[in-house]
Design a protein around this ligand. Structure first.
Ligand code: IPE
Ligand code: IPE
Ligand code: MG
Length: 255
């Protein structure tokens, strides 16, 4: 994982990591995941790509459980990008229906666990109305939960989010000399959300793919070769352990 040498400290193997193997401090306040590798997971098994997406559901739920175990209060999951419309129509249709049915099947369980569900992304004409309805229902059901906020980035693009913020600036009549970082940030999809401390991308790809471009300015990035459907909370715990060894400087110097 990552660019660091394997853990040779005699620590537990990654498949047996539990929450108690993670130091209590610092725990990232916001972890964002690029859930990647579903298609390759399926291809390796001779299955259609859609089976990989279906298998990713267990990974998503286990990652959320792991975040709750560590008391991580904010998690964001990249589920569908503004570029994913380029995929074959069958796959796009499957992903829309799958995300809808996942919400129907899992929202009560997430609600009982105290998870607040929100969606970041464009609500444009391409997203079927019934999917938007399920999203709204899930948000309404869970809106008072405070244990953890799970943001699903759906039809989300970091550039689109910045474009939308600029449109709001103009619509609000903000003059050039009043445009600053605060003015832009307050017009992002969720201004109340802290920037991610840690981003985890699976499947061995080392790129951002238009995820949270504004918010990732100083995030720590961890890349894991595991394909998303095989991701479990132990991988999250391992990523947090990597995070805990990083030195964040924000452009300054370490004392
Ligand atoms: C991530 O897995 C899920 C989505 C982007 C919706 P992929 O479908 O990108 O899987 P690979 O990268 O092709 O293996
Ligand atoms: C990023 O994965 C988007 C999601 C995980 C939803 P992609 O598979 O779409 O990214 P690229 O195309 O490999 O950069
Ligand atoms: Mg991919």
């Amino acid at each position: 994982m990552g660019f660091e040498p394997a853990d040779v400290s005699g620590g537990p193997r990654r498949d047996v990591l539990t929450a108690t193997d993670v130091a209590p401090d610092p725990i990232p306040v916001h972890v964002a995941c690029v859930m990647d590798g579903n298609g390759r997971w399926a291809a390796r098994r001779g299955l259609p790509r859609t089976e990989g997406h279906a298998a990713g559901e267990a990974a998503l739920l286990d990652a959320v459980e792991g975040a709750l175990d560590l008391r991580i209060p904010w998690i964001t999951m990249y589920a569908f990008s503004t570029e994913n419309w380029r995929r074959p129509a069958d796959e796009v249709r499957y992903l829309m229906g799958f995300n809808e049915s996942l919400l129907v099947r899992r929202r009560d369980e997430l609600h009982e666990k105290g998870v607040r569900i929100r969606f970041a992304g464009r609500r444009d004409w391409r997203v079927p109305r019934r999917v938007l309805r399920r999203m709204d229902e899930s948000t309404a059901l869970t809106k008072h939960n405070r244990r953890c906020t799970l943001t699903m980035a759906f039809n989300y693009g970091g550039r689109a989010e910045i474009v939308d913020a600029v449109r709001k600036l103009v619509a609000d009549g903000i003059p050039p000399n009043k445009i600053n970082e605060k003015a832009i940030r307050s017009r992002l999809y969720f201004p109340d959300q802290p920037d991610p401390d840690l981003v985890v991308r699976t499947s061995g790809e080392h790129r951002i793919s238009n995820f949270l471009l504004w918010q990732l300015a100083y995030s720590e990035l961890v890349f894991d070769d595991v394909l998303w459907p095989d991701f479990r909370r132990t991988h999250l715990f391992e990523a947090v352990r990597h995070y805990q060894r990083r030195q964040r400087r924000y452009g300054g110097v370490t004392q």
